[in-house]
Design a protein. Structure first.
Length: 377
């Protein structure tokens, strides 16, 4: 009898322990689910109002704008090298995209740095804004990032002019994450007055032994004792020992990035280690630069008559066909469609993954039909 009583209490004790353990796991699971819901509630999925909290004059024509969310929430995770697309003034079809220039580790504010261009609709409007003004922006987007690289892969960044901004974001992010990988930046500018972020980059080089900074000016200046000329493959290899497995990130004038890419390819580098950011300029769709086209477009079982010079996105919108968009400059990928039949002209495919390109996708905001086409949205 005593032995049965002991066995009973033993079984009872084990049962209580198991029930307690399962209860704790359930509570933990609910807590985790709660965290997910809370994080999801901070998500950013569509156009949203941001407030300018700081404006920094970087040079005579470049300003950095820092934003907080109007709803008071923190920013969700984004990738170094991505951009924000902004609605300009009150026109929800007039958008401009500007690369984020801050670290991904800063979830309190986001920042972009914008150069004022002659007759630039977007940049001119931004440079007229003040602290506490509001703007509307879409969530961070873009495929130009080093975030998917292994943590031990060396990065070499090459920027020209305002093309420094996405590279700066990647560099700051790696440093803030205490990644000990070698980082090198080659930065070409016209003159001393155009040297945005120069002091900040010098400080980073002085502080972190894994970061090297190579500024060069295209115009001679008596106040400048550093290198002059242009960034080239030979210039890079004169400053840095490079390996065929090193990853290069370019953002700048095509005349610079294309020539360096040619040099890399000729010396054994492969294209998958060479990354570049290419925005399609709004002037690409200047009616004076393109010819009119007549074509039939089949979409959702309907045949639509296309005639003119509009982008596919503009044509579909005018035909009352719903299609997503965010940047309208060929980099975010939101407006992509699949071409089943026919051919199109596309000014860029930067917003598509290699698989999407091979599967026949195009970006409607920077594409027009060349022939009769059939597409799937």
């Amino acid at each position: 009898m005593i032995s049965y009583e002991g066995l009973f209490y033993l079984v009872l004790g084990v049962s209580v322990y198991v029930i307690l353990l399962l209860s704790l796991r359930l509570i933990s699971s609910k807590s985790e689910d709660s965290d997910v819901v809370e994080n999801e509630s901070n998500g950013w999925h569509s156009k949203e109002e941001l407030v300018i909290v700081d404006i920094i004059n970087e040079t005579h024509d470049i300003k950095t704008f820092r934003f907080k969310r109007k709803n008071g929430k923190g920013f969700m995770t984004f990738l170094g090298g991505q951009f924000l697309s902004f609605q300009i003034k009150d026109d929800n079809k007039l958008l401009r995209s500007y690369s984020i220039s801050g670290s991904c580790e800063n979830r309190s504010t986001l920042q972009v740095s914008i150069k004022k261009l002659n007759n630039g609709v977007g940049s001119g409007w931004f440079h007229s804004l003040e602290v506490r003004d509001s703007v509307f922006a879409f969530p961070p987007g873009g495929l130009f990032s080093d975030d998917t690289l292994d943590s031990d892969k060396k990065r070499i960044f090459v920027g020209g002019g305002i093309g420094i901004t996405p590279l700066l974001s990647m560099i700051k992010t790696n440093i803030d994450r205490s990644n000990r990988i070698p980082l090198a930046l080659f930065y070409g500018m016209n003159s001393v007055k155009d040297m945005a972020f120069h002091k900040e980059l010098q400080l980073l080089e002085d502080t972190y032994d894994n970061f090297s900074y190579f500024p060069i000016l295209s115009n001679k200046d008596e106040s400048w004792s550093g290198d002059t000329g242009f960034i080239s493959y030979d210039y890079i290899t004169s400053k840095l020992s490079i390996d065929k497995n090193d990853n290069f990130y370019f953002c700048g004038p095509p005349v610079m990035t294309d020539s360096i890419t040619d040099g890399l390819i000729k010396n054994g580098h492969v294209l998958e280690h060479i990354h570049s950011e290419k925005f399609a300029s709004p002037v690409a769709f200047n009616p004076d630069n393109i010819s009119a086209v007549d074509a039939d477009i089949i979409v959702d079982g309907k045949t639509l008559a296309y005639s003119g010079k509009d982008s596919l996105l503009e044509f579909l919108e005018a035909s009352d066909i719903d299609i997503d968009f965010a940047c309208r400059s060929g980099v975010c990928g939101a407006c992509k469609c699949k071409v089943i039949e026919g051919d199109v002209d596309a000014f860029t495919d930067s917003g598509l993954t290699p698989k999407e390109k091979s599967d026949g996708y195009v970006l409607t905001c920077v594409a027009r039909p060349k022939t009769n086409i059939k597409i799937v949205i």
